[in-house]
Each structure stands twice: as C-alpha cells, then as structure tokens.
Design a binder for this molecule. Structure first.
Ligand code: MOS
Length: 680
C-alpha cells in the first residue's frame, strides 16, 4: 500500500481543541515531510516475509532543500498564538521586567540549551486490527482509549460504533502513546482492505522518527536579586523547534510563573520551524526542560550571591501565586526543602566549588526545587455490585505501568467497605465509561475520584433500599450514620451484610456511575493555584582526570496531597528522578544536518540511564491532603519526579568541579577543559 492506492482518509480538524482526538492520515500524499515518514506498507503472512519484502521496495525521491539546523534557522522564529489547548497564554508579563532587572544589584543573564529527547518506552508502538464483519477490533498500545477511537474514526471515515479499542495493558507510554500514530492507521487500513487481521509494530529505529519527540530548546533566564537574595525580576524566555505544518509547543516557561516571588516578571515561548518530525508530549512536557534550566540558573544566582541554594529558594517563597494572585490550594515547597536538606545531610555540602576531593574524585552536592501543575479532566467510571456482594469497576482508563488496577481496586474497596479481593477492575476498552486515560499525571487522581463518586452513589442507593425494606435489619434507621466496612453495613450498632442488601433488593446486581468534572466546571480550579512540589538533592563524584561523572545518591522530597498508594507513588517518583538524571547527563538525539535524520537511532546510541548509572535513589512524600484538588485530596505525581531532578544533578557537577555547562546533556568533554589543574 502506498499513497497511490491507500483509501481516502479524513484530515486533521485543527479546530478540535486537543490534538489526540484528531484524524491521523497515513500514506495520504506523495510529499515526504521529514526523514523516516512511512511511504509504503508491506503486508505478508509472516514477520520475516514482511521485512524481506519491505526491503525490496525501491523508492525514488525528488529532493528539495530542508531546514534542519535549529541554530542556523533562528531567523524563522515566530510567536505562537496559544500554548497547549489554548488554555495557557504563550507570553506573560507582570510589573516592569526591564526596569526591575536593571535596578537589581545582582544579576544573572544566561542562555541554556536542551537537546532533542524521546519517550522511547520499552514497549514499541504496535497495533493488531481484527476485522469482525463490518467492525474492527483494535488491539493497540495507547494511553487514551477515547482518543484512539476518535482518531481512527475520523481517519477511516467510519461509524464510531464499528471501532472497538482493547488495551488492557499498555506498556510504557510517557506521552508518546497519548495519541495513535501511523502503525494503528496502517493496520486498520490494511485489515479493512484484506478482511484479515493485520499487525503493525514499529521497530525501535522507526520510533525515533515517528513517535514521542521532545523539541530541542534554547532558553534565556534572567534573574535580578537584592543582595539578601530576594528576587526583584525573573524572566524565562524559550525558543523551541516545531514542524512548519503543525505547531507543537511545550509549556516550558509555564511553571516558572508560579515558582518564586518577584514583582517584575516575564515569560515567553517562541517556535522555530524545521523539517523534522513534529514535537510531541514527552514526560512532563515543558516542565522537564524548563525546570532543568531555571533551577540551574537559580544555582548560578546562589553562587553569585554566596548564598546557600536552599536558603535562596526559601527567601523567594511567595505567599500567593505570583502571577495569578490566587491563593495556593496546598503549597509545601518549603517543607520539602527543609525536610530534604535534613535527610540528605545538606549541611555537609562543600561551600566552595571544586574544594572536596576523595582520591580520584571531585565531590559535589546539588539541589533544586520542583513544581508541576495538577490537572483535572472529565472522567467517568461505573461500579457494579453483584448479588454476591462482589464489585466490578469499569472505565476506559488505562494502566501504563503506573498501577491503575491496584489504585482503583483500593479506592473501590475503600469506597464500598469491601476487602480488595472482592473488587475487580476492568480497564482499557472503548465499551466502558469514557475517561481521559493516562497522561499529564492526571490518571490516578481523576479516575480515583470518579470511582469514589460511583461508590458514594452506590452506598446511597443501598442504604436507601435497606431503610425502605421491612425485611432489612436497617429498616427505618437514619442513613446519615451508615458505615461500610468488611462487607458489612452498619447504622448505630445495627448491621447487615452488604451482599444481603444487594441480593434482596437487586438480584441482578446494581450499578452507579461516578464523574470527575472538567476544571472549568470546578470553581476550585479558578479560585486556587493547584500544583505539586518537590525538592531534589544529588551528590556526584567527578573523575579529576577524565571528568567522568558518577551520580552517588539522589533524594527527592515531595508534596502531592494525599498518596493513593505509597509503593506505586514512590516508583513513579523514582522513575522520574532517574529520567531527570538522564536528561542532565546522557539523553541527546543527534540530527544529521544534511537530511534531518536522527543518527542516534537505538538505545545503544541514544543514551538513557542503566542500572550501573543509578546509585541509591530515594523518594519521600510528605503527609498531605489537598481538599481543593478533589474529594480524595490526591493530586497527580507521575511527572513531578522529573521536574527539577536534572538540575540537582547539574548543580552537583558545578559544586564538584566549578564548571558550569549550559548545553545539556553535561558530558565529560564539556566539563574536562574547565577542571581544576591536576596536582600530585
Ligand atoms: Mo505524559 S507526557 O502522558 O507521560
């Protein structure tokens, strides 16, 4: 199948606010927009035949000049109309930045760059489409079931009822599976044409051009401070690459707006179009590269002031959101900083850079703050109780290795007063109530809230039924005092088994729906600044001869409201911190400036941390409950772990060596020329 015989497809409707729901046509034009774009699909009965046949395809191209060099194409840079989904303005300005900055006695004006990075989950993007009459059963690895269905429907121009998504286990996603890609559309087109099941799986090499690319960025940060460390002016201006036909903008400076107090402020986002694959969401889109840079610049300010970096942050703690003027729902950044400093032994930090040497190793400590917005998204779930008193939870929510099954089992068991083994959670099918899936750290808290609400509605139904039922021990009692626990419903010391109430009143079972409202329908999200916070600490050793950097230990202390599951939360946070270390020291997708091809096209060349790179990492979560976020008091934390983690590592490298690298990743050849002279 090529553009010559591929069926007509729908094209993306740019007026749809969120892109994951838009059409995603494949093989729809003879024009190749970037290196690696699919130009043909070969289907065979075995994998080996398909690969061999694909290798026989000869493609002729009429070349045209392209723009692949981010630095060289800066004259093309433009201002976008809106950040993601139009909800966040690209530029903000408070007070008079220039005047404030000029008046500040201590000034930092630095430009940092971050490379192209990729999501690269261990489980490649793959899809098996099985035709069933006129229907297509789509087994696909995707983060949002409803978006996958919508995207297929709008591309194939098919009735939504004909598409059935099945994705009980997703594997990793990290943003790269928020939407479907060519593999799904190609499998669907071919299965429909052949009336046979077709599976398309991307190779690791193909993923580097087709899924999950984080834009490269150039970021200028200016900080103006009084000698006591108080910020007078803060500016964070970001330029990143995009594809000329389709904007993608990471909100890289967005959380800087809420981080520190300063009367004069400026943030902006600009785009430089290149003939490369378009950017996509990659774990903590925006905050990850943004916090890496801002928190490195804050370390530069601390150094210029001769001030402890923890103290500098505490001195700039705002009392209200510094740009929106809103109260914080629950801000414990200072607690995170203090608790982290205490646990890490921050007082042992070398006060002077490059002053501590242990044998071959220069030793340094670094720290950084972390912040991430919490997002509420419309989500529905249904909970059904069978006559035997067991419960089934259904929602098209996904589990991308984050523990959704576990967390929703706990929430439903808690909500109905059942032992967890009497709850079954069913996820990832388009027949189930619609959720926003997993992404943007919105999964667990929002789907848990919907399940909790469904349980609440079920409890009310059951207690009302018992009260009105002369056969019930609870007949006529006040439902307000009802307690559900261990499968027993009790009111004022009188009790009855939950299963008896269900069996008597609802022999076929009973169900209730629960919903989490959109942010715009929840006044708390207009009245409060709702974020999660963290403080990161890192110790590194840098080889005094070779500048090899070895991470020695990392600690993160976080504030996320209430934790739904301590183990899965800790795993998410540690995963994020390790990713932060990788962003500081390793990750770098390199473009061939002649063709726009990524030459680092596997995990041997595109480096991510392996076990040998990662020493002791610990994540601690402060006790908390954010009642403004939702009824459970829980906020999303999946992406918080990465926010600021890399800066703590980078700042530790500076503390160890006195060398500040502003071009990430910090590799040894960038550090080596600045190392202190060897003595013996
Ligand atoms: Mo998120 S960018 O879906 O990990």
């Amino acid at each position: 199948m090529t553009h010559l015989n591929a069926p007509a497809q729908g094209s993306p409707d740019l007026s749809m606010r969120i892109e994951y729901w838009r059409a995603y046509p494949a093989l729809s034009s003879p024009d190749v927009r970037h290196y690696g774009q699919p130009v043909a699909l070969v289907v065979a009965t075995t994998f080996e035949q398909a690969r061999a046949a694909a290798n026989l395809v000869d493609v002729e191209y009429a070349g045209a000049p392209g723009c692949y060099d981010f630095a060289a194409c800066q004259d093309q840079t433009y201002a976008p109309d809106a950040l993601i989904y139009g909800a966040i303005p690209p530029d903000t300005s408070v007070g008079d930045f220039d005047a404030g900055f000029d008046s500040a006695p201590v000034r930092i004006d630095v430009r940092y760059s971050t490379p192209y990075e990729l999501s690269q989950p261990m489980e490649p993007h793959a899809c098996l489409v099985v035709p069933h009459g006129e229907d297509l059963i789509v087994h696909v690895s995707t983060q949002i079931v409803d978006a996958a269905r919508s995207s297929i429907v709008r591309t194939l121009l098919i009735d939504p009822e004909r598409i059935h998504i099945i994705t009980p286990y997703v594997g990793g996603g990290f943003g790269s599976k928020l939407r479907i890609h060519a593999e799904t559309i190609l499998a669907a087109l071919a299965a429909r044409a052949l009336r046979r099941p077709v599976k398309v799986a991307l190779t690791r090499q193909q993923m580097f051009h087709l899924t999950g690319l984080r834009p490269t960025s150039s970021q200028r940060v200016r900080l103006g401070a009084q000698r006591d460390g108080r910020l007078v002016a803060i500016a964070h201006e970001v330029t990143m690459h995009t594809n000329p036909r389709s904007d993608f903008i990471e909100p890289t400076a967005a959380t800087t707006r809420s981080l520190y107090a300063a009367p004069n402020r400026l943030t902006s986002h600009r785009l430089t179009p290149l003939d490369l694959p378009r950017g996509e969401d990659v774990r903590a889109p925006g905050e990850a590269p943004g916090m890496l840079v801002v928190e490195s610049a804050m370390d530069e300010l601390a150094d210029a002031l001769g001030m402890d970096p923890v103290e500098l942050r505490i001195r700039n703690e705002p009392t209200v959101d510094p740009e929106q003027g809103l109260p914080f729902s629950d801000r414990q950044l200072v607690d995170c900083l203090r608790e982290g400093a205490r646990r890490f032994g921050w007082e042992r930090r070398p006060a002077t850079p490059a002053s501590v040497r242990e044998g071959q190793w220069l030793v340094g400590y670094g720290m950084a703050a972390g912040i991430r917005g919490h997002i509420q998204v419309p989500t529905t779930a249904q909970v059904r109780l069978a006559a035997d008193g067991t419960a089934v939870v259904q929602t098209d929510m996904t589990d991308i290795g984050t523990g959704t099954y576990t967390v929703l089992t706990q929430v439903a068991a808690d909500g109905l007063g059942l032992p967890p083994d009497q709850v079954r959670v069913e996820l990832g099918r388009s027949e189930y109530p619609v959720s926003m899936g997993s992404g943007g750290s919105w999964g667990a808290a929002n789907s848990s809230t919907a399940v909790h609400r469904a349980c609440q509605a079920l409890r009310e139904k059951l207690v009302a039924a018992a009260r009105n039922d002369v056969r019930s021990a609870l007949h006529g009692l006040d439902p307000a005092g009802a307690k559900f626990s261990d499968g027993i419903v009790s009111i004022d010391g009188v009790s009855e088994a939950l299963s008896e109430i269900v069996a008597r009143n609802y022999p076929d079972g009973v169900a209730a729906d629960g919903q989490t409202p959109a942010m715009r329908d929840d006044p708390n999200y207009a009245d409060y600044s709702i974020h999660t916070y963290g403080a990161h600490f890192a110790e590194v050793g840098v080889d005094a001869d070779t500048a090899e950097i070895r991470l020695r230990r990392m600690l993160g202390v976080f504030s996320v409201g209430r934790v739904l599951n301590a183990k899965t939360a800790r795993s998410q946070l540690i995963g994020g911190m390790i990713w932060g270390a990788g962003a500081a020291l390793e990750e770098d997708a390199v473009v061939d400036l002649r063709s726009g091809a990524f030459v680092t096209r596997d995990l041997a060349q595109y480096l991510v941390p392996v076990h040998a790179d990662i020493p002791e990492v610990d994540a601690v979560v402060l006790d908390g409950y954010d009642g403004k976020a939702n009824v459970l008091g829980a906020k999303g934390l999946g992406e918080l772990g990465i926010c600021g983690a890399g800066a703590a590592v980078a700042n530790a490298v500076f503390n160890a060596t006195g060398v500040r690298v502003r071009d990430f990743p910090i590799t040894l050849e960038k550090v080596l020329p600045g190392l202190p002279p060897l003595d013996d």
